[in-house]
Design a protein around this ligand. Sequence first.
Ligand code: SF4
Length: 437
Amino acid sequence: MGKVGFVSLGCPKALVDSERILSKLRADGYEVASDYEGADVVVVNTCGFLNSAKEESLGAIGEAMTANGRVIVTGCLGANPEEVTGAYPNVLSVTGPHQYEAVVGAVHDALPPPQDKFTSLIPPEGVKLTPRHYAYLKISEGCNHRCSFCIIPHLRGDLVSRPIDAVLKEAERLTQAGVKELLVISQDTSAYGLDVNYAEREWRGQSYRSNFYDLCRGLGELGDWVRLHYVYPYPHVDDVIPLMAEGVILPYLDIPFQHASPRVLKAMRRPAREDRVLERIHSWRAQCPDLTIRSTFIVGFPGETEEDFEHLLAWLDEAEIERAGCFKYEPVDGAAANDLPGAVPEEVKEERYHRFMIRQQEVSTRCLSSKIGKTLDVLIDEVDEEGAIGRSKGDAPEIDGCVYLNGDTDLVPGEIVSVSIEHADEYDLWGSRPSVS
Ligand code: SF4
């Protein structure tokens, strides 16, 4: 069993950080060593508040280096890594305060966690609630936007991105455990890395920045299906479309547009250049004709007029949003939108919701019927005595449609097969494997 020595300096906040790191290390199966000599690696949680505290921290690092030699530094002094590496260039890793995951990752790198199939309660990929062949990959927490209908930033705070090497290592562990499809999630996937100034990290001997493009590039290296959810329509989303066209990641974008009328978008405090967004969608489709766009919309937002709503329906048609969910606006306690004038009566919301869904079904039917006669890759989710059910690259699990392979019972979940599409309705496809039909 790996033994970790731990030195905790500084204030109560630093102590709580130390407790969290130690709890995670114990849960991962490490033992805590009582002295430097008995430790395989030593973590020093430093303080950098006053000069005297910095000196004490540097002294503690020096002591650990002399007595053990394998030292990981974290905490407030790590906010300026050069102060540490200038004095001790051979420390294994330096991270700042509250970077629990990065510290635990550094310990894993220096001393791989014990894995005993008879005693370990947690597999290397962690506990998963999804089927074995797909997994959600959370890249950040919180959000820097302040959409007027939403209280998530209030509940979860501003954006906090995970270091890119931690995300890519988790994805790698999931792949090794049999995952075939990675679903990237966050509150705002395209903002990834903004809060850490797009910090550069190493993974598999190559340098990656903690940004949206490198995230897609790195995940694409694993050979899984990589699906992007909760993308905000920033201009740099354009940069990943070539990766979709080249097959590095799936040609799929989940962008919650929420509305199309500039007036309503403004009241929602969302980007309001819907004409520019339309232009970009056309350009994305020209570059990547297989692109599927999923979105969510809110109808009956305070102040939404019949004209705003008609605008939304026309936009939906023109943008050809294949997969769309619709919600009737509901006030949420604490949301700024509650103070807006022009509440829309419930029966009007209901009526708009039904009109939206009818229009959406028309768009979806048109898009799906254009797939008849094509051969698509399908990831199998379920097999029973009646046949197999899977999803194409354009279908996310749980929220989009399915591909039915009636009578094909020889498949297993997680397999990816070629399917000739023979039939479509407004949400789903039917087909068969060329060799089986
Ligand atoms: S709706 Fe999404 S983008 Fe807007 S504030 Fe909430 S979490 Fe952020």
